[in-house]
Design a protein around this ligand. Structure first.
Ligand code: NOJ
Length: 722
């Protein structure tokens, strides 16, 4: 059987079913020219009647023309009112608000946070697993559905600008918002960003790509200056935003708190004008992070469109600056147009939102989806002697620290949300084990009680956690408190110990040799206990892969000096350059604890017969090379493997040893073989040339490597690219 990368195997059939039935699976965001469907995305309401007096209400016109018609009718005050939020917010909920202008039929902008759920205190929402968990599935179809669920719930809550996703590349593993991101690889983040943004925007709201740019730490984030060279900026940190704009057609981008090379993100001419507008042709709007606007004329003239959440700089001060000529009228018009175009493109003028902040956004389908994402995002890191899956009869001690009954299911900060319920690991395991086995519980706060519970059970399951949040970085990569000691005590007393991590990023594992099994369950959302039980008992065969590297020790990460993180004298030096994440481990020849792309299954796979050949005309668009290989399930259970293709540049390019450029998740029955075809695009064979300020395609001999993690690449072929 032949499949293309991106084809879905049976493991995703359940997902597709879920999507089709409950997630509306509306086509991706309507194109600029298309007329809105009679019943617009997400089943939204009435189409507003067009009037001749209001030509911008003619929905057959392109968004740009409609914006131009409207702009001509707006007074100075009306324009100023569009480019900032108001405080206090006149309606309940929402973290940002721009009032409607009824005279012209301009709807209010209602902004709400949403990374794993509608945030800002909203009730009756679904708490999905953290984005890092969702991206661990390495499956863009799942990420697309994740976006659709979020977009749908935001829309039902009356939100028309959904703040998210967070698409920054994780540079510092201690970063307090690692859980909000997709991981450490620009290409993987790009794929996930496009899928999630398309998902959100297909349901009604405008999505917002966060946080532009070099937002890689929380320490000193209001003043920190990221010092980064142009090539690194372009090759590592920019690609997810470029993809969000050019492929995801994201409507708005949030500029970050930090400075990049001396200028605040929200008044950084290079980032906002040269890169966003000239290089990437972004035609949506840039809004500031909350309180990240620092000036009036500089910010407006350098490319900021909208201040959030209030009008400190873009209210009366901007009006005065326009009056005095410090800010040109055309600059203000440009700001307003940048906001109006995506509003028209998302049909915000043409449909009435069905919901309000107090509406119920939940559904049984969304609960089921939350569980599926948690299951497919759980990474099996160690499984000595096939201890897992657990046999139904095995007696189990659940030891919480305090994760057993009070699990950590989400990260903190603006992505925090009100879970409607949380299934604890203890409840999930008890339910799954039923009467067949004894399940005991001990609070990890008492090492003696935990050790004794472990001694009296066949298997001890220790749940440990980190508390990660926006606003602060973790001080180090250790499990906080006495959790390392707890694991040691349990491992010493018990027969077999399995450690379940609820963390938002990597942790050190000094006890690794003593644990028979290790599972990274991330922040798994409301369905935590059900999902972990399904993995532990083998109802679900793990398929997830790490989207970031787990180091052996703190000294071995790429940002181990304080000049790099958290910085000295307000500056963080990105001196590791391109060597971020696995790129650094590979170029420095450092063996990580668990490499990027790693994750075990209850079955085994073999890759063979790699063939790399030029893409023929008529092949997938943009592809220059086709990579074909066979994947065989060599074990006894059905399972899915993520085939990963990395590209190694010619030495003269001075690139990291190899970089992820294509993936395919392949579902296989025991003994089954499938031939997978993946594509490599032109960018796979290009580097950014700072002298020319642009990307340059490089002919030469490349190494194409295929395997199942960044450190397990058994197949390779040299190819001459011309
Ligand atoms: C600050 C955060 O950095 C941003 O991501 C969020 O959307 C805003 N606050 C609004 O809550």
């Amino acid at each position: 059987m032949k499949i293309q990368s991106g084809d879905r195997g049976p493991c995703n059939l359940s997902l597709l079913f879920l999507c089709a039935v409950c997630l509306g699976l509306a086509a991706p965001a309507a194109s600029a020219q298309a007329v809105p469907p009679a019943s617009p995305a997400a089943g939204a309401g009435t189409v507003v009647k067009r009037t001749v007096a209001r030509p911008w209400m003619n929905r057959t016109l392109p968004p740009e023309r409609r914006a131009d018609f409207l702009l001509k009718q707006m007074t100075l005050d009306e324009k100023i009112a569009m480019v900032h939020g108001v405080k206090p917010i006149p309606v309940k909920g929402y973290v940002g608000y721009v009032p409607a202008i009824p005279r012209l039929g301009i709807p209010a902008l209602t902004l709400a946070d949403g990374r794993a759920a509608v945030g800002n205190g909203a009730k009756d929402i679904t708490l999905l697993p953290a984005p890092i968990a969702a991206s661990s599935g390495w499956d863009v179809a799942v990420m697309g559905a994740y976006g659709r669920v979020l977009g749908r719930e935001q829309w039902l809550k009356g939100t028309n600008v959904a703040l998210g996703p967070t698409i920054d590349v994780v540079r510092v593993p201690e970063w307090g918002r690692t859980f909000e991101s997709y991981g450490e690889d620009p290409w993987l983040n790009s794929r996930m960003a496009v899928a999630e943004i398309e998902g959100i925007q297909s349901q009604g709201p405008i999505a917002d790509a966060n946080m532009y740019l070099t937002m890689q730490q929380e320490s000193n984030r209001q003043v920190e200056d990221s010092r980064v060279d142009e090539r690194t900026l372009q090759e590592i940190y920019l690609p997810p935003f470029a993809a969000a704009i050019q492929e995801g057609h994201v409507g708005t981008i949030m500029c970050a708190y930090v400075k990049t090379n001396g200028a605040y993100s929200c008044e950084n001419q290079y980032l906002l004008k040269d890169v966003l507008r000239t290089q990437l042709s972004f035609d949506g709007w840039v809004m500031s992070d909350w309180g990240a606007t620092h000036s009036t004329a500089d910010a407006a003239n350098h490319g900021l469109d909208q201040e959030m959440p209030d009008d400190k700089f873009f209210g009366d001060k901007l009006k005065a600056a326009v009056a005095s000529g410090q800010v040109g009228q055309s600059v203000l018009d440009g700001q307003v147009r940048d906001i109006l175009v995506p509003m028209f493109r998302q049909w915000l003028f043409d449909k009435q939102q069905p919901g309000s902040w107090s509406a119920n956004a939940r559904s049984p389908e969304h609960d089921a989806f939350a569980r599926m994402v948690a299951e497919q995002g759980t990474v099996l890191l160690k499984n000595d002697g096939g201890l897992l899956p657990l046999g139904v009869g095995a007696s189990v001690a659940v030891i919480g620290a305090p994760g057993g009954t009070a699990p950590r299911v989400e990260g903190g900060g603006s992505s925090g949300a009100n879970a409607p319920y949380v299934v604890s690991p203890l409840d999930g395991i008890r339910k799954r084990a039923g009467d067949a086995a004894r399940v005991s519980y001990a609070d990890g706060g008492d090492l003696g009680a935990a050790a004794s519970a472990a001694r009296n059970a066949d298997v001890a399951l220790v749940f440990v956690q980190t508390k990660e949040t926006e606003g602060s970085d973790r001080p180090d990569l250790e499990l906080p408190g006495n959790q390392d000691a707890l694991i040691e005590a349990v491992a010493q007393a018990g027969k077999r110990t399995i450690v379940v991590l609820n963390t938002g990023g990597p942790v050190l594992m000094p006890w690794l040799d003593k644990a028979a099994g290790v599972i990274e369950a991330w922040y798994p959302g409301q369905e935590d206990g059900n999902a972990i039980a399904a993995i532990l008992y083998g109802d679900v065969n793990p398929t997830a892969k790490l989207p970031l590297t787990f180091p052996r020790s703190a000294g071995e990460i790429s940002t181990s000096t304080k000049e790099q993180w958290p910085g000295v004298d307000g500056r963080s030096l990105y001196s590791e350059g391109l060597n971020v994440g696995y790129r650094w481990y590979d170029s420095a020849h450092v063996q990580p604890l668990f490499p990027f792309g790693f994750g075990l299954s209850y079955t085994t796979f073999k890759l063979s017969h790699l063939v790399v050949e030029p893409a023929k005309q008529g092949g997938p668009s943009g592809a220059t090379e086709l990579v074909r290989l066979d994947v065989t399930n060599t074990g006894k259970r059905r399972g899915a493997e993520v085939v990963q293709v990395y590209v190694g540049h010619p030495a003269a390019d001075r690139e990291p040893p190899h970089q992820l450029r294509a993936i395919a998740k392949v579902d296989l029955q025991p003994g089954e073989t499938k031939t997978v075809t993946l594509t490599l695009d032109k960018r796979s064979f290009s580097v950014y040339d700072p002298a020319a300020h642009g990307w340059a395609f490089r002919a030469g001999t490349y190494e194409i490597l295929a395997g199942t993690s960044s450190r397990d690449l058994p197949l390779h072929q040299s190819v001459a690219i011309r």
